[in-house]
Design a protein around this ligand. Sequence first.
Ligand SMILES: Cc1cc2nc3c(=O)[nH]c(=O)nc-3n(C[C@H](O)[C@H](O)[C@H](O)COP(=O)(O)O)c2cc1C
Length: 209
Amino acid sequence: MKLVENLKWRYATKKFDSNKIVPEQDLEYLKEAVQLSVSSYGLQLYKVLIVEDALVRAKLREFSWGQSQVTEASHLFVFCNFSEHKEEYIEDYIGNIAKTQKIAISDVAGYGDFIKENLAKKTTSEWQSWSKQQTYLSLANLLNACAELKIDACPMEGFDTVAYNKILGLDGRGLNASVIAPVGYRSEEDQTQYRKKVRKTVEELFETV
Ligand SMILES: Cc1cc2nc3c(=O)[nH]c(=O)nc-3n(C[C@H](O)[C@H](O)[C@H](O)COP(=O)(O)O)c2cc1C
C-alpha cells in the first residue's frame, strides 16, 4: 500500500529548489537501494556517478537540452553501463560470490562458464543495449527509494551521451552514460506537481491470458 501511495506522490520534477540539499544519511539510503537492485545473472554491469561539482554540472546542462534539473537539483546521478564485453567482469563476479558466500571458486566456476558461454553469443551492440537495460532497473529503485524518503527526482534521457562520456571521462574507462536522475526537492513553482498524473487504466494495461 505504501509503495503505491509513494508512486502517486512522486512525479518527474521539472524545477528543483536549489537551496535544499539531500542529507548525507538519505544519500546513503539511496545508494543502498541502487546497490541492492536486481541485475541479469547478478553481474551489475554498471557504475553510478554522483555529480556534485557545479562547474561540471553547468557543462553537462549544455548537453542536456538546457534542462534546469541538471544544475538545480541537490545531486545528479549518472548511470553508466559497461560498454565493453570483458570476461573479467564475470570472473570478478564469480570471485565475489565465492568470497561473500565463503565457498570455493571451483564450486561456482561452472556458473561462470555458463554466463561466459551465453554472453559470448551477443554482438557488441547487443551487449551494449543489454548492459544499458540493467541500469534502468537500478534507476527504478532509486526513484522508488527517493519517493519513500519524500525526495524528488527526474529520470532523464534527454542528454547527449557522447558529450557526457567526454565531459565525465567515461570513454577511456569502458563506461557509457545511459540514463541520469537529478535528485533533490521540488520547487513550489514547479507547476507539474499540481497536474493530475496521466496513465493508462489498469484495464488497458493488463490482459489475463
Ligand atoms: C527513461 C526516461 C527518460 C526521461 N527523460 C526525461 C527528460 O529528459 N526530461 C524530463 O523532464 N523528463 C523525462 N522523463 C520523465 C517522463 O516524461 C515522466 O516520467 C512521464 O511523463 C510520467 O510522468 P511522471 O513521472 O511525472 O509520473 C523521462 C522518463 C524516463 C523513464
